[in-house]
Design a protein. Structure first.
Length: 866
């Protein structure tokens, strides 16, 4: 609320109607000029705005004293005074104070902040005189009856206990204590039970006498009332006030922390809560409006950068927001939300990555303009009420010392540029000063882990930007070798096919590079060979796209050709005819390979009547009959920038690349076609099938439907499969080494977003079939009862990590890995974080997985052979 205040006043005229100004006059100046400011002889500042929308009035009396003005022994006294102010004066009983306002149709309330305390009424204009009378009396003549005080202290203590039951409040208070080293904002406004219980009537009166002085107050009145009448009443009730000497308070300099801090609150909760803070600004500093804009763009709504990235795309958080706490004293940048505690570490990782991207590349012009509009709309709605306008005037007068600084705030907002906000991000996103707070049932990492995570992320060379057409670009500069790998990935592949279109994406990606509006297939091949480069289409079960490998000194020419292939493919009929035999050959080769044929048939049973059960090699009937127009329609439907990720890894300059891509891809528009995602697969009704085929070995597959690739169990399944397969795995050791049932025995996984498959495989002589199947169940039952050993789990993890590292050595492999993981909502740095994530998987997680998903009644058995 404190960050957007200009718009209340600036745009209220738009809602009033019937108003016109000379062309050369600024409306905002006129609105501010409508405010009548007067300072009484006793120093009281009065602000009046003639509000004319409805017959209502708000009277707000604010005192420039909040909890920040207290010392340690006084913690909570400001808030307690706010409560006690309503408990009677020398002339009014407690029930007469609020009761008299409510009797006239109004309401009365108060609040205490770090910097000031406000008492206010709102209601029909007939409450005006009664409001001025009561506010003057309770603020300048409070009685503070000792009995009432004892009762109210109990009420405040109950309020404290209520707050202790609120995880958000508990965590915020702990984080504030860690964020501020010396400044009194580190203490809770409500104080502590021991200090509140210690206060006497004399303590409250002493505090009142030190700070509740007219020159330390602002009275703002917004309402449909005559000005003369108002000031006559103000003189009546606010002239003859008790004389008090204002106490001057010297605030400490706040050094903030010089190294990251971790705060962890452990309590029995079902949700996980997180808060991150960085040093921010005082509202008196010039950067305050710019910081408001930046945090609005990053975390101010459901289309903000952090919300889209961490919630919608990565599914790491349940809620996330970002705001600027910009008080009179030193402020904070705050990022907070809720999430599964198991994801806290990934949240830190991705959050720092996103903020680093803003420091390096800034936000987009679209994000900037949207943030400005969001600030505007929030305050336009607030401006519909007299209370909103009164709050605005009071706020600027209290925080900036002049309500006319509304214009300062407005001008800073209007004139802010993308470059301005980039500089603000560089200035304030200093992760050495980051405080991370978490609240969950148990701690998931320690402060050293936290610091290491921040250190690793801070040094990350990866750069990010989004083009105007919403294409995400990730650039990973690696200067050690003169090569560049490029991957452009889209959601697609097998899971978006039907039995009638099975093979569509294989055909599309094969023919994508075989002719553009500018070059024939032969010319493309010739150019690529001359450049020492490759550009190919790829299609899998979940994604498809284009990938390229180039020498860095030929990268510009390769990128230009990549752009031609991406944007202007022709899909000529004669090229389709040439490619048809290649595509059909994939099916014939699959049918000649018993293992491939068996896997294909097994998945068809495991995922009945679903794309997950289709043949990854395609369908013979489709390949025999598809037309070029089928590919053109698929291209128009699926090759769209808004869901794509372009990753470039290697010897490139990110900033030069950004300029080139903005130029090359400016005409690539988003699609209006919405592609429906695949539905959840059904459980198979057929549990066993045997297909007769004359082979020397029977191919046996026993498998289960398991959770999808975005589930928590993905890593558990990978570890289990790794532990069972391989030459030191149980399957190999028992069924091959000990029982000599087969030469080839293993387990493997097939991952899709909605569901996945876990499969045990063995190829054996027909007479060993029963023993092999019995061996499968024997091993599964043993693991279910006793679990994997710690040694097996460690070996399995090491095998997974080794395979990953070996597979990601080349720039092209790394670019494909980053792009595909990002498209599948695993996160661009999924492989980078893989080792850390594996460490969280425990022995009991694997055993629980087996008991939950690998039940006999859920198994599917397929046999191909005699």
């Amino acid at each position: 609320m404190l960050k957007k205040l200009f718009w209340i006043v600036f745009f209220i005229i738009l809602f009033l109607g019937g108003f016109s100004m000379p062309g050369e006059a600024k409306k905002s100046d006129y609105i501010v000029d409508k405010v009548v400011e007067k300072k009484l002889a006793n120093g009281l500042t009065v602000l009046f705005y003639p509000y004319e929308r409805e017959d209502v009035v708000t009277v707000k009396l604010c005192v420039k004293v909040g909890s920040a003005y207290e010392n340690e022994k006084q913690a909570g006294i400001t808030h307690l005074i706010e409560h006690m102010i309503f408990k009677g004066t020398e002339s009014k009983k407690p029930e007469d104070i609020v009761g008299e306002i409510e009797a006239l149709g109004g309401y009365m309330n108060a609040f205490t902040s770090f910097d000031y305390t406000c008492y206010y009424t709102t209601g029909p204009t007939k409450i005006l005189e009664k409001s001025l009378d009561i506010l003057s009396d309770i603020v300048f003549h409070p009685y503070f009856d000792p009995k009432e005080l004892e009762r109210e202290k109990e009420v405040v203590v109950e309020e404290m206990k209520m707050r202790l039951d609120n995880p958000h409040v508990v965590l915020f208070e702990e984080v504030m204590k860690a964020s501020y080293q010396k400044y009194p904002y580190r203490r809770p406004i409500i104080g502590y039970e021991e200090t509140v219980r210690s206060f006497k009537r004399e303590d409250l009166l002493s505090f009142i006498n030190q700070f509740y002085t007219p020159e330390n107050m602002v009275l703002s009145v917004v309402g449909k009332i005559p000005q003369d009448e108002l000031f006559s009443l103000i003189n009546k009730y606010f002239t003859n006030l008790p004389k008090r000497k204002l106490k001057k308070v010297k605030f400490p300099e706040e050094p903030f922390t010089e190294k990251p801090k971790l705060v962890w609150v452990e309590r029995p909760v079902k949700e996980g809560y997180f808060v991150f803070t960085l040093p921010g600004v005082s509202f008196r500093e010039e950067d305050a409006p710019l910081l408001d804009l930046l945090v609005q763009a990053l975390g101010g709504g459901e289309s903000s950068r952090l919300y889209v990235r961490l919630k919608r795309e990565l599914n790491l958080v349940k809620t996330i927001s970002m705001s600027a706490f910009s008080p009179v004293g030193p402020g904070l940048i705050e990022i907070y939300g809720t999430a599964d505690p198991e994801k806290f570490k990934d949240i830190v990782s991705h959050l720092i990555t996103e903020l680093e991207e803003i420091k390096n590349l800034g936000i987009t012009e679209e994000e900037l303009q949207k943030a400005k509009v969001q600030l505007l709309s929030d305050f336009v709605f607030d401006a519909e009420t007299s209370d909103g306008l009164s709050s605005t005037l009071s706020f600027f007068q209290l925080k900036r010392g002049n309500y006319r600084d509304i214009l300062w705030y407005k001008n800073k907002i209007e004139q802010a540029t993308v470059e301005d906000l980039k500089e603000v991000a560089k200035k304030y996103f200093n992760f050495d000063k980051l405080v991370g707070g978490f609240l969950s049932e148990k701690r998931h990492f320690d402060e050293e882990d936290f610091k290491k995570l921040l250190s690793l992320k801070k040094d990350s060379p990866v750069k990010f930007f989004t083009l105007e057409n919403k294409l995400k670009v990730i650039v990973y500069p690696r200067k050690d070798l003169p090569t560049v790998g490029i991957t452009l990935a889209f959601p697609g592949g097998l899971r978006f096919e039907t039995p009638q279109t099975n093979g569509l994406f294989q055909a599309l990606t094969l023919l994508w590079t075989r002719g553009t509006q500018k070059y024939s297939a032969e010319e493309i091949s010739s150019k690529l060979e001359a450049l020492g480069a490759t550009i190919k289409g790829f299609s899998g079960r979940n994604t498809f796209g284009l990938k390229a490998l180039s020498l860095s000194f030929n990268f510009d020419q390769t990128l230009e050709l990549f752009k031609e292939i991406l944007l202007t493919p022709t899909f000529k009929e004669e090229e389709c005819e040439k490619a048809r035999p290649e595509l059909i050959s994939m099916i014939f080769m699959q049918e000649d390979n018993p293992i491939s044929l068996a896997v294909n048939q097994f998945l068809k049973i495991l995922f009945p009547d679903h794309p997950y059960g289709l043949n990854i090699a395609g369908d013979l009937n489709f390949y025999q009959n598809f037309k070029a127009e089928d590919l053109r329609q698929a291209y128009q439907k699926f090759v769209t920038p808004e869901k794509a990720v372009l990753t470039v890894v290697g010897d490139v300059d990110p900033f030069i690349l950004k300029q080139k891509l903005e130029s090359y891809l400016k005409d690539w528009k988003t699609s209006k076609v919405r592609v429906k995602e695949e539905e959840e697969p059904k459980l198979p009704s057929q549990k066993t099938q045997k297909i007769k085929k004359e082979t020397f070995q029977n191919q046996i597959l026993l498998g289960f439907q398991t959770p999808g690739l975005n589930s928590k169990e993905k890593l558990v399944l990978e570890i289990l499969s790794s532990a069972l397969s391989g030459q030191d795995g149980r399957l190999f050791r028992v069924l091959r080494d000990e029982r000599s049932l087969a030469y080839s025995v293993t387990s493997f996984t097939v991952f899709y977003p909605k569901k996945s498959a876990f499969v045990l495989y063995i190829g054996c002589s027909p007479e060993k079939e029963e023993a092999a199947i019995a061996g499968f169940w024997e091993i599964l039952e043993e693991v279910s009862k006793k679990g994997l050993t710690l040694e097996e789990i460690e070996r399995a993890k090491n095998r997974l990590l080794g395979k990953l590292k070996i597979g990601l050595q080349s720039n092209l492999a790394k670019s494909e890995d980053i792009a595909v993981n990002e498209v599948l909502n695993l996160g661009w740095d999924y492989s980078q974080n893989y080792e850390n994530m594996l460490q969280y998987i425990k022995q009991e997680d694997i055993q629980k997985f087996i008991k939950t998903y690998l039940k006999k009644e859920n198994a599917v058995l397929f046999i191909l052979g005699k």
